[in-house]
Every structure is written in structure tokens, then in C-alpha cells.
Write a protein that binds this ligand. Structure first.
Ligand SMILES: Cc1cc2nc3c(=O)[nH]c(=O)nc-3n(C[C@H](O)[C@H](O)[C@H](O)COP(=O)(O)OP(=O)(O)OC[C@H]3O[C@@H](n4cnc5c(N)ncnc54)[C@H](O)[C@@H]3O)c2cc1C
Length: 421
């Protein structure tokens, strides 16, 4: 890429990706302006504070700490410069319809014993499954993830092609898992991490058992003070590298010259001249809303056919007491997964009886709720093609709380101080 002296490089969006990109460009000598439409950084990783509670609005699972560490080290930092990282033990809890809930221990020998309790010999088979998953994780991280992927020739290397054979791209993860375990609970435990990726396990390559390795071997972590500590850390790195951050400003289009190269971006605060723009906003949004038609790589028909990762209905809930029996992360698998998955990926309808996830970070972190109270984040995965209908929110809120009360054997509804969807 060529840069004109004196021109600023513009990065759109101060989410984690945009901030990381802006900081790296600045470190390598560019003069960078980072444009964010909100009044705060973090993007999906923002917080909402209300009545003494502090809610992480998006991500709550801190996995693959090695990736964060590698980023911080590029700037001479470690995570300890920004936050205390705690490994959660148990990693998470799972509720079922036909048996008592289980908690997944961080210690691997205890995890093997837990597996053996479901299916004799499955502990050793789990070890074999994860040994193979480690090879995928190490290959993906060392050979693929950090390549710029600007051109296919980056991958035209015999050794690399041989290594890619280890990645198990042609078999589904659903089939792969069933070679190791048969018990439906164990199958569901091993299939759960790929639900984050946006496809059914039957349609997800076995490559993604690397997510099981991340889950069960690398562990589930939590930055004390909340997930937005990560956004704050990235924000500090921006400042240290003299990135000019412009908030409350929305980019509405790219201005191209007659040579079809970018000349400026038009924003809600005026025109910004530049000859390099990098967008950290969603790819679809950047292509379809910011780029002129002639410069788009894909058509509307292409995007309409794409299977997107699930959307979700979220609730941020303040509760006036501690809820016994909840852990930091709780998966409510006490409803049939296949019917819920069909509503998300095939039928695009509101689910009858959804699986859901409850995060209670106040179990770990005193900062996120007043003393003696519980901070709940509830997530129900939904199809991205649903039209939101706020009149349905209360229906789902009540159903989810009913199921929690039944599973936990205590009242919650009467103790809700407020909830936001
Ligand atoms: C509910 C939820 C739960 C999640 N849970 C997890 C989890 O547990 N663990 C995990 O690892 N990941 C999780 N994720 C995913 C994770 O949050 C995202 O992958 C990550 O935050 C994306 O960062 P980003 O910078 O790519 O995008 P974003 O965070 O979306 O940042 C894009 C930024 O661009 C800005 N922007 C967009 N358009 C414009 C414009 N035209 N002009 C100016 N600014 C613009 C936006 O305001 C935003 O700040 C979750 C996501 C959600 C939504």
C-alpha cells in the first residue's frame, strides 16, 4: 500500500478490532484518526451502569487469553498492566431437563472423572479428543490466524498445504464428536462452543474442535472489574500511540476519486481527507451502506444468502438478593436444542422453548452489583431474520425466569429491581 505524506489514515469504529488496528498502524508510523459513532469506545464490548449495577453489554466469556497477551506484548504490556485476570472454577454450569445440573471443573482430571460418570471410558476418550484438538489449535494459531490474507499466494506453500490437512475441514464437528462420546449430555457439552460460530454442529467443520481445546484446556477467564476492562486497556494503548480518537461522529460514505481510490470519508461532522480507510465496522454495513455501488465486492443477493451468526434477545437484570445455585456462567440446556436450532437457522421464527444463557458476574466480582445483590445478563439466541417485536420481550423474560426458578428452587421474579431488554 502507498501512503501520501501528511495524509491521515482513517479507521472506522472504536470496537476492539478498530482500536487494535488503529494502534498497530500508529505504532508502525501512521498518523491515524479513529472515528466512532458512539460517545464511548468498545463497540459491542461496552457497559451500562444503573442503580449501582454495572452490566457488560456484549461479550462475557474471556477465552484464548494467549491472543490478548500477544496483542498487549506488541505494545510492551501484559494484561497485568490493565486488569487482574481470574480463571473461573468451575468454568460454567449446565442445567438439563432430565438430570441434576453439572459444573465443569477447571482441573482436567476432575473433568475426566465427570465425563466417566456419564459414560464409562469417556474421560480417556476426551483426553484423546482434546489432544487432537490441540494440534488444530496450534496449527491454526501458528500458521493461519495471523496471516494478513491479502492474497491466496500467502497459502501456496507445500508445507502449509500439508499442515492444513490437519485442520479437518471436510468432516462435521457433530460427526467428529460422536466418534469419541455417545451420551447425549456429553455430545451437547462438546457441541456447545461451536454455537458461538453461527451454524449448526452438523454444518460446522471439525476444525472447530479447537474451540473445545480453548474451552476445556485453556480455560474460562474473567477480567476483574468487568469485560470492559479490555476496552479500557485498548483505549489506553490508543492514547500511548497517539491515535486521534474522534467520537460521536458517524461515517456515512466513502468519497472516491476518478481513479476509484478513496479521497475522503464523509462524516456527520464533515469531510475527512484521507487516502487509506480501514473499516472496523461490520463488513456488511461497510459494503452496503458506506461504499458506492461500483466499489462493492458483493451484491445484495450474496448477502441475502449468507448465514449469519445468531442474533439474540438480551436482558440486563438487577436482583435485590443473591441467587443460590447460580454460577458465574450458566447454560440452560433444559429444552430440546434441535427445535431451537431449527427456529434460528431454518424456520426463522420466535422459538417455542429456547435454550438460554445466564451470566451472573456478581458471583465473582463485587464491583458489578451492590453488596448482597445479583447482576444477571440473560441471552436467548434468535434468528437474524426475525423482525424485532418488543411486545414479545416480556413473554420471554417471564418464561426464562420461570425456568430459572424451577431449576434453582427459589423465587427470582419477586426480587427483580429492574430489567432492560
Ligand atoms: C451479545 C453478545 C455477546 C457476545 N459474547 C462474546 C463472548 O462471550 N466472548 C467473545 O469473545 N465474543 C463475544 N461476542 C463477540 C464480540 O463481542 C465481538 O466479536 C467483538 O466485540 C467485535 O468487535 P469489533 O471491533 O469487530 O466490532 P464492534 O464491537 O461492533 O465495533 C464496531 C464499532 O464501529 C462503530 N461503527 C459502526 N459503523 C460506524 C460508522 N458508520 N461510523 C462510525 N462508527 C461506526 C460501532 O459503533 C462500533 O463501536 C459477543 C457479541 C455479542 C453482541
Amino acid at each position: 500500500m502507498k501512503f501520501r505524506d501528511g495524509n491521515k489514515t482513517v479507521v472506522i469504529g472504536a470496537g476492539l478490532a478498530g482500536m487494535a488496528c488503529a494502534a498497530l498502524l500508529a505504532k508502525s508510523g501512521h498518523s491515524v484518526q479513529l472515528i466512532e459513532k458512539h460517545d464511548t469506545v468498545g463497540g459491542r464490548n461496552r457497559k451500562w451502569t444503573h442503580q449501582g449495577f454495572q452490566f457488560d453489554m456484549g461479550p462475557s466469556w474471556y477465552w484464548m487469553p494467549d491472543v490478548f497477551e500477544r496483542f498487549y506484548q506488541l505494545f510492551g504490556h501484559t494484561h497485568q498492566d490493565f486488569y487482574e485476570l481470574k480463571r473461573l472454577d468451575p468454568s460454567y454450569q449446565v442445567f438439563w431437563s432430565d438430570r441434576e445440573p453439572i459444573t465443569l471443573p477447571a482441573d482436567f482430571d476432575s473433568l475426566k472423572t465427570l465425563f466417566d460418570g456419564f459414560e464409562a471410558g469417556s474421560g480417556d476418550r476426551l483426553a484423546a479428543f482434546l489432544k487432537e484438538a490441540k494440534i488444530k489449535y496450534d496449527t491454526a494459531m501458528s500458521e493461519f490466524i495471523y496471516r494478513p490474507s491479502l492474497h491466496a499466494t500467502e497459502y501456496a506453500d507445500l508445507q502449509l498445504i500439508q499442515k492444513s490437512m490437519r485442520l479437518d475441514l471436510f468432516q462435521s464437528i457433530a460427526k467428529h464428536i460422536r466418534k469419541y462420546v455417545q451420551d447425549p449430555h456429553l455430545v451437547q457439552l462438546l457441541e456447545f462452543p461451536v454455537l458461538f460460530l453461527g451454524a449448526k454442529p452438523q454444518e460446522t467443520p471439525a476444525l472447530y474442535s479447537m474451540m473445545n481445546y480453548a474451552d476445556m484446556m485453556l480455560g474460562t477467564w474473567y477480567p476483574m472489574g468487568g469485560m470492559t476492562k479490555i476496552s479500557e486497556a485498548f483505549h489506553q494503548i490508543l492514547a500511548e500511540n497517539k491515535v486521534e480518537l474522534i467520537t460521536d461522529t458517524e461515517v456515512d460514505s466513502f468519497i472516491l476519486g476518478s481513479d476509484r481510490n478513496v479521497k475522503a470519508v464523509s462524516t456527520s461532522s464533515g469531510l475527512l481527507e484521507t487516502n487509506l480507510v480501514i473499516s472496523g465496522a461490520d463488513y456488511h454495513h461497510t459494503e452496503m451502506n458506506l461504499l458506492p455501488n461500483s466499489s462493492r465486492s458483493y451484491s445484495k443477493a450474496y448477502w441475502d444468502k449468507k448465514v449469519m451468526a445468531p442474533s439474540s434477545l438480551l436482558f440486563y437484570v438487577g436482583v435485590d438478593k443473591k441467587i443460590p445455585g447460580l454460577e458465574h456462567h450458566n447454560l440452560f440446556f433444559d429444552a430440546p436444542f434441535s427445535a431451537h436450532a431449527k427456529s434460528i437457522y431454518d424456520d426463522h421464527i420466535w422459538p417455542e422453548d429456547p435454550l438460554f444463557y445466564v451470566c451472573a458476574p456478581s458471583k465473582t466480582d463485587p464491583v458489578v452489583a451492590p453488596e448482597g445483590k445479583e447482576n444477571l445478563f440473560i441471552l436467548i439466541p434468535l434468528s437474524t431474520r426475525l423482525k424485532d417485536d418488543p411486545s414479545k420481550h416480556d413473554h420471554y423474560f417471564n418464561r426464562v425466569l420461570d425456568r430459572m426458578e424451577r431449576q434453582l428452587g427459589c423465587t427470582i421474579k419477586d426480587h427483580v429491581l429492574f430489567h432492560r431488554s
